[in-house]
Design a binder for this molecule. Structure first.
Ligand code: CA
Length: 221
């Protein structure tokens, strides 16, 4: 899941990027409120981690403006200790959750998974489609009960297909979910990862829709 991180503290921003990557998220890091709005306008995210005290436009303003514009992206705000007023204002402005600094990275990633689960309307932590079970927290995948080993990118790509089962996804949409701004993207890499997934799960897991993109059917063939 691609996550927008908005944090002006460089040490914390760095740590957030590293921690999110390790937990299988694809983070983009922005250090001010105006930059955050540009990123939201141009990239499709699954969640945002938003600091309140930011240069150029505060986190609260960014949040209030995006909610006023109808953007329902799950948002977790980061607030300083002893600022209960910020927390209340953040929740009232449309935040879905908050963490008080300093926080444990494991708690942040668990809360993001919970937000993603809620926004996808799932009550169970694991995704299940066409015989494939993917557990985002444990980072495990099984196919018809047997565990399958996947690389980090294969896991991310499979998760995107499972979240969108029954929908055709273009190569550009897949690339957007697979790579953050700082990632190197080679040509044909989406095709290569799809090839790997088909080798591990069988050819019918992901169908090619000529001229349009790729589709994971809801039911196995
Ligand atoms: Ca700050």
């Amino acid at each position: 899941m691609r996550v927008l991180v908005v944090e002006d503290d460089s040490l914390l921003g760095d740590a957030l990027q590293v921690g999110l990557r390790q937990a299988g998220f694809v983070p983009d890091w922005i250090t001010d409120g105006i930059g955050a709005e540009h990123a939201l306008a141009t990239t499709e995210y699954g969640a945002m981690v938003l600091d309140i005290g930011l240069p150029r436009r505060s986190g609260l303003e960014v949040l209030a403006r995006m909610r006023a514009a109808g953007n329902r992206l799950p948002v977790l705000i980061l607030t300083a200790r002893d600022t209960v007023g910020d927390r209340i204002a953040g929740l009232d402005a449309g935040a879905d959750d908050y963490l008080v600094k300093p926080f444990a990275m494991g708690e942040l990633t668990a809360r993001l998974r919970a937000l993603a689960r809620r926004s996808e309307g799932r009550s169970q932590p694991a995704l299940q489609v066409a015989g494939v079970t993917l557990d985002p927290a444990a980072h495990t995948v099984s196919f018809e009960g047997a565990p399958i080993e996947l690389s980090a990118k294969e896991f991310t790509l499979l998760r995107v297909f499972m979240q969108n089962a029954g929908r055709v996804l273009s190569r550009a949409q897949l690339e957007e979910q697979l790579y953050g701004w700082d990632d190197e993207t080679g040509s044909n890499t989406v095709e290569v990862f799809i090839h790997h997934l088909r080798r591990k799960f069988g050819r019918d897991l992901i169908r090619t829709v000529r001229g349009v993109g790729y589709l994971m059917p809801r039911e196995s063939a």
